[in-house]
Design a protein around this ligand. Structure first.
Ligand SMILES: Cc1cc2nc3c(=O)[nH]c(=O)nc-3n(C[C@H](O)[C@H](O)[C@H](O)COP(=O)(O)OP(=O)(O)OC[C@H]3O[C@@H](n4cnc5c(N)ncnc54)[C@H](O)[C@@H]3O)c2cc1C
Length: 425
């Protein structure tokens, strides 16, 4: 990165999909001086991990911010930049018919998958294109804080840069940083939603639907849904959050040798109401409880043990029925029922039983249930217009603002904020 100017027309914080969406829109449609700041070497969210792109409303688009017509229009713009190669969706009618009888919806969506091994190539090419368009890109550069009263920010190095407009897209992981900045600049916010659930891992032969529908989006009663299904060369990972670990899954591109495993999340959305103040805190406390029970990791239990009401032990991962190794080697064998609030466990287990009637085999005794998978959804700022403006010249976008829940919607939120700036200039 060359030296910084002391002033830019627009500064974008975060090179996740929301920041990239904003940067491309501004760069392609104006002569503004634009600075994109990213604290890591490379964007760290879902664009880097797995990179499944969903192109069908409402997947990833929270209803309170998005109507179908506008989302569809912006998704076409997203496609122009990400050039998705859509997965084929074959004969899923039989699953849809079975699901209907159980009050379950299977959404037919357009989706593309890049894979963890190929995603950095995509990200680097996007950054290169932005540079060609004249955007200054500062990687490994952290924004420390926004100034309370002036349109300026301070970098971790102490440098101060001023701006006319700033678009903040820091993602979910940095929700506390975002909260601090909103306090500093005087923007009100609330937080009330959290997704809590498990990640299921099983042999691909027990979940054959993935051969016909890469990432089946299935909606069950009581706000339970499948999320982020991985197959081919699929792995479960442990992600570190402040005070706990959450599991997640990803898969490699088709070039990698398949390991014949599938993983997907079963998540229940919980909307907390008064007097509870924070979904994030609630999620964090549940995560910390698992840390206590597992000695500092995440837990896993075989379905066979769960059905018998007994905890899984190291030994029960070696019996003849339990015939595949967990892909997450540092998960600790334990007891889901001891760790998860009853209401969440009941709804997820009921959804799993329905899923087993739709795709028989899911609840094979060898299937592993990992816990916790926690998705916190940031603090929702009070916006002053529909384009995610929080005060004149300040925009907050992407998952960190609750305006999206996925790559393509995050990118779309960036386009919207950029459009607002373009319309005002
Ligand atoms: C492991 C994982 C896998 C996922 N897989 C998928 C998937 O396959 N498909 C899908 O649709 N969604 C997926 N998601 C969700 C997806 O990541 C998000 O919906 C999307 O990335 C949100 O985009 P964003 O731009 O809001 O935030 P992010 O992508 O999180 O980007 C925010 C960026 O801001 C940077 N940043 C934060 N604070 C600062 C600061 N102070 N200074 C400078 N830079 C800062 C961060 O380093 C980060 O790169 C996944 C998420 C995770 C964690």
């Amino acid at each position: 990165m060359e030296n910084f100017n002391i002033h830019y027309n627009s500064i974008i914080v975060g090179s996740g999909p929301s920041g990239l969406g904003a940067a491309f829109k501004l760069a392609e449609n104006s002569n503004q001086s634009i600075l994109l700041i990213e604290k890591k070497k490379i964007s760290s969210g879902g664009l880097r991990n797995d990179c499944k792109q969903n192109y069908t409303y409402p997947v990833g688009f929270p209803f309170e911010h998005w109507e179908k017509e506008e989302a569809d229009e912006l998704l076409e713009e997203v496609k122009q930049h990400l050039n998705p190669k859509m997965e084929t969706r074959l004969d899923i009618e039989k699953y849809i018919q079975r699901a209907k009888k159980l009050d379950v919806d299977i959404l037919a969506i357009d989706q593309a998958h890049v894979g963890t091994d190929k995603s950095s190539e995509l990200i680097n090419s996007l950054i290169d294109k932005l540079k060609v368009l004249g955007v200054s890109v500062a990687l490994e550069t952290q924004v420390e804080q926004l100034d309370e009263n002036k349109k300026e920010l301070t970098l971790a190095t102490g440098e101060i840069i001023t701006f006319d407009n700033i678009i903040l897209g820091p993602g979910r992981a940095d929700y506390d940083w975002m909260q601090e900045q909103m306090d500093r600049i005087g923007v009100e916010y609330k937080d009330n939603i959290v997704d809590i659930g498990i990640r299921v891992e099983l042999k691909e032969e027990n979940y054959p639907i993935v051969k016909e529908y890469y990432d089946p989006k299935i909606l069950f009663p009581n706000k339970v849904r499948t999320f982020c299904t991985n197959s081919g060369c699929a792995h479960i990972v442990r992600e570190k959050y402040k005070g706990y670990y959450s599991v997640n899954g990803h898969s490699m591109s088709k070039d990698k040798k398949p390991n014949k495993l599938v993983n997907f999340a079963m998540l229940k959305t919980i909307r907390l109401t008064e007097p509870v103040v924070s979904g994030q805190q609630f999620g964090k406390i549940l995560g910390e409880m698992v840390m206590q029970l597992s000695g500092g990791s995440v837990i896993m239990q075989r379905v066979g043990d769960f059905r018998l009401g007994q905890r899984s032990k190291k030994e029960t991962f070696n019996n003849d029925l339990y015939d595949f190794k967990p892909s997450l080697s540092n998960a600790v064998a334990g007891d889901l029922s001891l760790s998860m609030p009853a209401k969440i466990l009941r709804d997820i287990w009921s959804a799993l039983k329905k899923l087993d009637s739709i795709v028989p085999g899911v609840l094979h005794p060898s299937t592993i249930l990992y816990y916790p998978e926690i998705k916190t959804y940031s603090n929702r700022p009070q916006f002053i217009n529909k384009n995610f403006c929080v005060k004149e010249g300040y925009y907050i976008i992407g998952d960190g603002a609750g305006t999206s829940r996925g790559i393509t919607a995050a990118w779309s939120s960036g386009i919207r904020a950029a459009n607002d700036i373009l319309n005002k200039s």
